[in-house]
Design a protein around this ligand. Sequence first.
Ligand SMILES: [Zn+2]
Length: 512
Amino acid sequence: MNMNRKKIAFESALIVLALVAAFLVQLVISHTRPPKMPDFDREDELAEKQVVTTTAPIPKEESWNTQQVAEVSNIPAIFNPHVSSLGIEPDWTSLDVYQEKITKKAFREMLTKVYVKGEFWRRWFYFSDKHVDILTSAGDLSQSYRLHFKIDDGVSSMDTAPRYWRSKEQLNELGDLDSDLQPLKGIRIVIDPGHIGGAYAQMEERNFILSEEFPPVQEGNMTMIVAEMLQRQLETLGAKVSLTRVSNAPVNPNEVEDYLPYAQSKLEQNGAIRSQMTVTKEAERLFYRNGEIRARADEVNRVMKPDVVLCVHFNASAQPDPDTPILEDNEHFHVLVNGAYTESELAHDDERYQCVLRILQEIHTEELRLAKHLVDSFVEETQLPAYEYNYNSKRAVNLGDSPFIWGRNLLANRIFTCPVIFLEPYLMNGADSFYRMQAGGYQGLRFVNGKLRPSIYKEYTDAVVKGLVSYYTIEDDSVVEVIESAQGLDAELRSAEVEQVEANHSPEEEVQ
Ligand SMILES: [Zn+2]
């Protein structure tokens, strides 16, 4: 008994000693650490920028590749004329998983009616009955990738391609979309609030100033307001919603200065250096546009893996004289999906790869079906007429037999590897919308510009939500025939030789 007590006392003393020793060691370590650097907010700021709001963890699917999005913080040392700005050479063997997944007919229709207007695809794609050889390197035309077609057995190959996003039919099969209260249950939606806004609005030229009388209208701030409203509403309806940015600050981890060497190299190769100012301007564009969108794409494709991305924008028309801003009476609305690669875009190895990847994942079919529902709800909510590009435009193709739906090859709708819908309602310099934007957000209805109406943000949000619910809940939404998409092409063929630059009344120049 006595021995036992002694033993316990001894062991207790040992434990206390060990604790004291550990404490002393800890103390020594903490004193030998280098002093903390003053806090420049930079790291916190970055950490905050990269916070992504998701309501539920998204399962990882490894069966598909993500290599086409480069490490965003690695800026190529020199400009490569065979890829898009800041792009990298793609790994074509990553398309191996799509062997024999698509019929020749489906591939060729998509290529020639949605993605390419004109015949210049023939320089890169060589069809035979069973396969197509795609030239993989503009720098070495002897290299190609052979894609074997699926035998046309009359069964749609829709939904068999490896991809992280799910079509409406796949979501329905999972039984996720069956609740009356939560019609969007389970669907993963990413909202991309276009541009950066805030302190960057001026640099990114999304900052409309009518006069000193009014505060500037900043697109990036307004898209953020809409994105947050959308997130709340869509989550209430059961969707899992993420935003590509959560404040009016860049997601891009780099600074403008980091792009100077690449900008210098790009302008040198294009023979376009006029002054240090042009290099700085180019570096800024690379920072806020290409670099920023690539950083967002990295999150979208590697982490968020949504079923659809909605790119929220407000449009603006060109000012006849930038020194005396005026308001535009004729406002409009249109929806953009990926399409209409130009000759020089298709000549870029990465863009050609991404075009093929979108064809193989049959992304367009999903985009077009959803776009139609969104158009209907926007027309109903906003009564805005269609913005129609010149039907002979080389960089826009009319799609889905709707004057509201256009294909254009923008960086975001190309490199987010899932269905992407760009929304372009209202004009920041519109005679009606400008005053609604000045009125800001408010509850209920108010008289603005002589009409009793909801806030412009509420109207925008309602239109998106109604369009999404309509698309995902209507049972028999017949698959849109690709052939419908050929409207623009037909128009082009009717007056094939009309060479026309886009009218100066052109929506945002978001091509890179
Ligand atoms: Zn925009």
